[in-house]
Design a protein around this ligand. Structure first.
Ligand SMILES: [Zn+2]
Length: 398
């Protein structure tokens, strides 16, 4: 499977200048191609093919207005075109319904002011990790890298990124062979908690770590300061940089937290089940949870690839019945619960439930049932909660 490995880069001043030029060239190629496709569309002409766009790029480099594109590696220009082609494909597939999930917007123009600038070198570009630990980038130079962990194999491409805080990263794509962990009979259902980041079906509640909450607070303060500064003033520019740095720290801390937690969960469990928040309407019915959504999808994406990498089972449970309304002990639907109700007693069997733990248990039960059905070769049914007779398989339910 293909995995990304990211490392901090420390380009010197001339290299930063060369990178800025490369970002600019890639942006220009992307924007020229987007403008051409839009113009064709508005003139009622057919969609310009990928090959046609590539030919146009070659021609434009011969013109005096675009001759400067020849000063950077041609691979990054071709890659900027493939970014645009992919963005269009995703958009078309989203419109036609071929691609599931939230609707995708058509590609938009890139700007010098975008918080993320990126260029991609493929193997064709002959980028190279040198014996002295530096990364050789064509027409940029030999850039210093902080190797926080080892690259497991030779990378097939590298994306060089500058973030809003002005930091540089190299993100390598590496083909990684699955590694197996010792088997275990532990399984785990995870719910997105109301007051917690995640709640496990064994009753564990996991809060975001203190350093992350502190970084988030600092970011909020910096954003407030920025909104008070006058537009165009020097102080505003300073405040903007401060916000970008605080934002970068939050993103890093959050990613780190997600990595540690997802690795732990995958190591300790043979199968992991989570609720699928992309099920339509769910996010809206659970407004209080939606603040976590961005973090939640990044976290579940990590669980998914780590499960694949380590030979574990991972399932997203889409469902029609809210798991918070059903008793995990006797499977009776107890009715809607307002968000402030944290604990409730089942009218049918009398079990007292913590709202989030009960939901996590229901997710685990649904996950087990789907997994069993798949193993038995049945058609995957629409997820509904197990009838009363099957509730005995729930861990911790008595
Ligand atoms: Zn009950």
């Amino acid at each position: 499977m293909l995995l990304r490995y990211s490392y901090r880069l420390y380009p010197d001043a001339p290299q930063r200048e060369a990178l800025a030029k490369a970002f600019g060239c890639a942006r220009t190629v992307f924007n020229d191609a987007l403008a051409a496709r839009r113009a064709a569309y508005e003139a009622g002409e057919p969609y310009l093919t990928d090959a046609a766009m590539s030919a146009r790029l070659t021609e434009s480099k011969e013109t005096p207005e675009r001759a400067w594109l020849g000063e950077v590696s041609s691979v990054i220009l071709q890659q900027a075109l493939s970014d645009l082609n992919l963005a269009y494909r995703n958009f078309f597939n989203s419109v036609s319904g071929k691609r599931k999930g939230p609707k995708i917007a058509p590609p938009r123009f890139r700007s010098r002011k975008d918080s993320r600038q990126a260029i991609r070198f493929t193997a064709n570009a002959r980028f190279k990790v040198l014996g002295n630990g530096r990364l050789r980038l064509p027409k940029i130079g030999d850039v210093e890298v902080r190797w926080s962990r080892e690259l497991p194999a030779a990378p097939s491409s590298v994306t060089v990124i500058r973030d809003a805080a002005g930091r540089f990263f190299a993100s390598f794509v590496v083909e990684t062979a699955p590694q197996s962990l010792p088997e275990t009979d532990q399984e785990c259902g995870i719910d997105l908690g109301l007051g917690h980041f995640a709640v496990l079906d064994d009753g564990t509640k996991i809060a975001a770590p203190r350093f992350l909450r502190r970084a988030e607070k600092k970011l909020k303060r910096a954003q407030r300061d920025l909104s008070r500064k006058q537009k165009g003033s020097r102080n505003r520019e300073k405040a903007r940089v401060k916000v970008a740095r605080a934002y970068a720290r939050v993103t890093d801390a959050r990613r780190d937290f997600h990595h540690k937690l997802s690795t732990k969960v995958i190591r300790e469990n043979q199968a992991v089940y989570v609720e699928d928040l992309t099920v339509q309407g769910l996010a809206r019915t659970r407004l209080a949870k939606s603040v976590h959504d961005a973090g939640w999808s990044a976290f579940t994406a990590m669980l998914e690839y780590k499960a694949k990498l380590y030979g574990r089972e991972f399932r997203k449970i889409g469902r029609f019945e809210p798991t918070s309304q059903v008793c995990s002990a006797c499977s009776v639907k107890d009715g809607p619960k307002p968000l402030h109700v944290r604990e409730w007693q089942c009218k049918a069997c009398g079990t007292v439930h913590d709202r989030d733990i009960n939901a996590a248990r229901n997710i685990a039960a649904l996950g087990r049932r789907e997994a069993r059905n798949t193993r038995e070769g049945q058609v995957r049914p629409a997820a509904t909660l197990a009838p009363a007779g099957e509730a005995g398989s729930l861990r911790g339910a008595a």
